[in-house]
Design a protein around this ligand. Structure first.
Ligand SMILES: [Zn+2]
Ligand SMILES: [Zn+2]
Length: 389
């Protein structure tokens, strides 16, 4: 019996809804572009709706509801609920339930709805179009979301909402602009297909290509290139390790427009209680992975004992400096808050913010030096396999 015959039955409704738009996008969209052309209004509508859909999934469905990484004003929730229907990626309760199972059972072919261990095609698309056991509806892990009035409303009226957002809105824009077909093809079909497949890349490509700096035991990867298309969701190994962090790209230069939107909205009072992992915890986790990898490499070297000793020494020194730096940082924060608080005014002398600040800065310089020599040692290790026994 061929493996195809043993596959579960196809969900014809899902296949039609998810399969027809790509056909339109690769045939009618370019044909109309060559014969009639698209104007500036249509391209702007396409971009705005694209951002609207993608951000509603990344900031709303994903970071707000699936992971509770921050709190949002009801206006934001309403916008995300509409954008999620526009993205046509199911209602939020179902989406979040699948996603929480994905995190809890990542790479487990029986329980992870889009396990990357089943291959690119399965995790990208096939999991949605066949009746796999792991994709069965089960809302037991989203009881908190079932109590959200906006999500209950979206779930109840999902069909009408998706029609309004995917057909009504492009048709309205087309009518206003005097070109219904152009708007329907560009802001409707092409926007829908691209926004969907960009999201699907997180389940497929971001579990195949990239680095695993925080948790090498699972398939999720950090990939800056995928982040360009997915509004910051490409830093997926970090995300799977610290899923409750409202950021996926933690450095200021990491392309993560979703975190910028959440942060910007916090200044406007539209989001609050943004959760983030401390620099200390991120670095400890990353260093531990580097240390374990380097230890493994040590075993293959001629002077393994010697290298192992050097590695352990450097690692312990770096960790000690990092711990000390984190302690001082905490003390400095306490000293600053004590300075602001009249109740703790007497403690100022005890804590002496200026002296802590000075020690903290010196230690920061020392830590940077230790980080550089650690990196240099790791680089040496990368070049060392040539000396393997
Ligand atoms: Zn994942
Ligand atoms: Zn997630």
């Amino acid at each position: 019996m061929s493996s195809d015959n043993s596959k579960p039955p196809i969900r014809w409704l899902n296949l039609s809804v998810l399969g027809i738009p790509p056909l339109v996008a690769v045939t009618l969209v370019p044909w109309y572009g060559f014969t009639e052309g698209y104007d500036r209004f249509e391209w702007i509508s396409f971009i705005v709706l694209m951002v609207f859909c993608e951000m509603s999934i990344t900031a709303g469905y994903h970071r707000l509801w699936s992971h509770k990484a921050y709190k949002a004003h009801p206006i934001m929730k309403f916008i995300f609920a509409l954008g999620g229907a526009c993205a046509l990626q199911n209602d939020c309760i179902t989406w979040a339930s699948d996603h929480r199972r994905h995190h809890l059972h990542v790479d487990d072919n029986d329980q992870d709805p889009y396990s990357a261990n089943r291959g690119f095609w399965y995790s990208h698309f096939e999991w949605m179009i066949r009746e796999f056991e792991s994709t069965k509806d089960d809302t037991s892990n989203v009881r908190d979301l079932l109590k959200e009035p906006i999500l209950a409303w979206q779930r109840k009226h999902y069909l009408i909402l998706l029609l309004l957002m995917n057909l009504g809105l492009p048709l309205l824009l087309g009518w206003l602009n005097g070109d219904i077909w152009g708007s329907l093809l560009l802001a409707g079909f092409l926007r829908l297909v691209l926004s969907q497949h960009f999201t699907y890349l997180i389940n497929s490509a971001a579990h195949i290509w990239g680095s695993r700096s925080y948790d090498p035991t699972q398939t999720a990867r950090d990939n800056w290139f995928i982040s360009l298309f997915t509004f910051g969701e490409g830093y997926h190994n970090y995300h799977h390790t610290f899923a409750w962090d409202y950021r996926n790209g933690i450095k200021w230069y990491h392309w993560d427009p979703t975190k910028w939107l959440i942060r910007l909205c916090s200044w406007l009072g539209l989001t609050s209680e943004l959760r983030r992992c401390s620099v200390y915890r991120q670095e400890r986790t990353r260093l531990e992975v580097q240390y374990k990898n380097a230890l493994q490499k040590c075993e293959t070297l001629i002077d393994s004992m010697l290298w192992r000793k050097k590695l352990e020494q450097e690692y312990q020194q770096l960790i000690a400096t990092l711990n000390h730096w984190a302690e001082l940082k905490q003390q400095w924060c306490q000293a600053k808050s004590a300075q602001l608080s009249s109740e703790l005014h007497d403690k100022i002398q005890e804590l002496d913010p200026e002296s802590i600040r000075h020690r903290y800065r010196l230690l920061k310089i020392e830590l940077q030096g230790k980080r550089r020599s650690w990196q240099a040692l790791l680089n040496t290790f990368t070049a060392l396999p040539y000396q393997a026994a």
